[in-house]
Design a protein around this ligand. Structure first.
Ligand SMILES: [Zn+2]
Length: 191
């Protein structure tokens, strides 16, 4: 009777290709996802000596992740670089603020000058108005004087002075009378 030996699992490799024996451990379900993840990383050559040290640090509470990040020279150089950038930006900000303050000062000065010019303009305008009104008064006086000097000196029937220009000079009892053509006849009639 033929006896068949039952074989389970993979076929065993030939002796020269056998890997060194690996430790076998039972893994609690709770940490299983972590171990699988770690194995995945290991397979992709993403786990270095440093990674392991850091992980152990975390486990042993030798320091929280933040402080271990600060112990990492790469992180330190990033932080230093950022701090330098912040310093540069701060300096630029101060320059901009100073320029802005200067501009505001200039703007204020210009506003003051504009207000002064505006006041001057208002003052000039009111002076002009007052000169215009003086001119109107003088013009009135001038017209009155011109009327007195050059218009006919006769009084009309309605008691108003004749407004026609005087064209003739009549001497009446040693007084020079300037009259229009029409009133000249009347003067002649009474002389
Ligand atoms: Zn007249």
């Amino acid at each position: 009777m033929e006896h068949k030996t039952e074989k389970r699992g993979r076929k065993s490799l030939p002796l020269d290709k056998k890997k060194p024996p690996q430790a076998t451990v039972k893994i609690n379900d709770f940490i299983l996802p972590f171990v699988q993840e770690l194995k995945g990383y290991l397979k992709n050559n993403l786990v270095t000596e440093k990674t392991l040290v850091q992980l152990f640090d975390v486990l042993k509470e030798k320091g929280d992740q933040q402080s271990s990040a600060f112990n990492d020279p790469d992180s330190v150089s990033i932080v230093t670089e950022l701090q330098e950038k912040i310093h540069t930006l701060d300096a630029e900000k101060r320059l901009i603020e100073r320029a802005l303050a200067k501009r505001q000062e200039i703007s204020l000065k210009l506003t003051q000058e504009r207000d002064k010019a505006h006041l001057n303009a208002v003052h000039t305008e009111s002076r002009l108005e007052s000169l215009k009104s003086s001119y109107r008064l003088l013009k009135y006086d001038y017209d009155v004087l011109m009327h007195r000097e050059h218009d006919c000196m006769a009084i009309k029937c309605d008691g108003e002075r004749c407004t026609r220009p005087a064209t003739l000079e009549k001497i009446e009892q040693s007084i020079v009378l300037r009259v229009c053509h029409q009133h000249a006849k009347i003067v002649e009639k009474y002389s």
